[in-house]
Ligand binder design. Structure first.
Ligand SMILES: Cc1cc2nc3c(=O)[nH]c(=O)nc-3n(C[C@H](O)[C@H](O)[C@H](O)COP(=O)(O)OP(=O)(O)OC[C@H]3O[C@@H](n4cnc5c(N)ncnc54)[C@H](O)[C@@H]3O)c2cc1C
Length: 307
């Protein structure tokens, strides 16, 4: 495993310790403000509005994952429905992301499917697109089943995510082709064993481009969700060289990450969306951001030691 991945694995391991969680929650306020739009829907909508003014569209995400009870899953569903209804009133492109385990996937796949179906019944007629985020590898199979089930039921405004760090992903992509998925491609943000994921960042990056080009060649709509300047440049070069129009793909970045690049891409005429997370359950999201960027760990350490 190379150093980047060893660092990520270490941080995600330590971040799971309740004492570390308490310390970070108390001391990482600056980092939270950078990556999370706020704790309320109102704050998230304000952040989205500010992005819209700069030509960047928002993907609203009520933070939450790994719920342990049905009540909790239903409470998150209620929050997501409130988001859908609020977006329906807005003039901008309407787009929501959610996590299957937020709607009870770990409790029962049938529960998650039924809660998701209810969300889509509200979202589709209001023109709200719903993206199922992809979580860690033990949930991939079930998440793909949920996506396929929803498409087979006739929903179309729903998208899926594939992660280039998993060995299995090319096969998953090929299996999904008959569904003509609206695909978000990411590298992958979780701590995965080398039995399931490439242990080398260069291989993950190469696989990302391989999968992205394959999806474009197969005629899919692809959301390239990455901040990686080399990958963004190669996607631009490849699509120009192959004559793939800008309507066939987009770039997605995270709120607070490379905001100037988000605006630049939008000015160049690409569709750009920023993933805008909000809510009180921000800890696991923040831990993943610390794990993918050593500078963020230094910021946390500095605030812990009074710098
Ligand atoms: C819109 C969006 C949706 C996502 N959805 C999912 C999902 O459903 N499932 C999933 O597993 N993962 C998801 N991810 C996370 C993804 O898997 C990666 O962990 C994350 O994007 C970092 O990888 P990278 O492609 O940006 O490249 P990296 O190789 O990690 O980084 C490339 C460069 O980008 C910049 N950068 C990267 N991360 C940060 C950061 N946190 N802060 C500041 N600069 C940074 C740095 O300059 C870095 O050198 C999503 C990412 C985005 C942007």
């Amino acid at each position: 495993m190379n150093l980047d991945l060893a660092y990520r694995s270490f941080v995600l391991g330590v971040a799971g310790n309740p004492r570390v969680e308490r310390l970070i929650k108390d001391r990482a306020k600056g980092l939270v403000r950078r990556y999370v739009a706020g704790e309320t829907l109102e704050e998230a909508l304000q952040a989205a509005e500010a992005l819209e003014r700069e030509g960047v569209h928002a993907i609203l995400d009520l933070l939450g994952e790994g719920v342990k009870t049905e009540e909790e899953a239903r409470a998150f569903q209620r929050g997501i429905l409130e988001l859908v209804w609020a977006l329906a009133e807005r003039p901008w492109p309407k787009y929501v992301s959610l996590k299957p385990t937020q709607l009870g996937l770990d409790l029962s796949e049938a529960l998650a499917l039924s809660l998701l179906r209810e969300v889509l019944r509200e979202a589709e007629p209001r023109g709200v697109f719903v993206r199922l985020d992809m979580e860690d590898s033990p949930r991939v199979e079930a998440t793909l089943r949920l996506y396929k089930a929803l498409r087979e039921e006739g929903f179309s405004q729903v998208g899926v995510v594939l992660q280039s760090y998993l060995y299995r992903t090319e096969k998953d992509l090929l299996d999904l082709l008959p569904y003509r998925p609206n695909l978000r491609l990411v590298k992958g943000a979780y701590r995965e064993p080398k039995e399931v994921a490439f242990p080398d960042k260069r291989l993950i990056d190469a696989e990302y481009l391989h999968l992205g080009k394959l999806a474009l060649r197969e005629g899919l709509y692809v959301a390239f969700a990455t901040h990686d300047p080399r990958i963004i440049a190669e996607v631009k070069r490849y699509t120009q060289a192959m004559g793939v129009p800008k309507e066939r793909f987009e770039f997605q970045l995270l709120y607070g990450v490379r905001p100037e690049e988000q605006r630049r891409l939008a000015r160049e005429g690409y569709t750009v969306r920023a993933y805008v997370p909000y809510g009180t359950h921000w800890y696991p999201y923040l831990a993943r951001r610390i794990a993918e960027r050593p500078e963020n760990l230094f910021l946390v350490l500095r605030s812990l030691f009074g710098g």
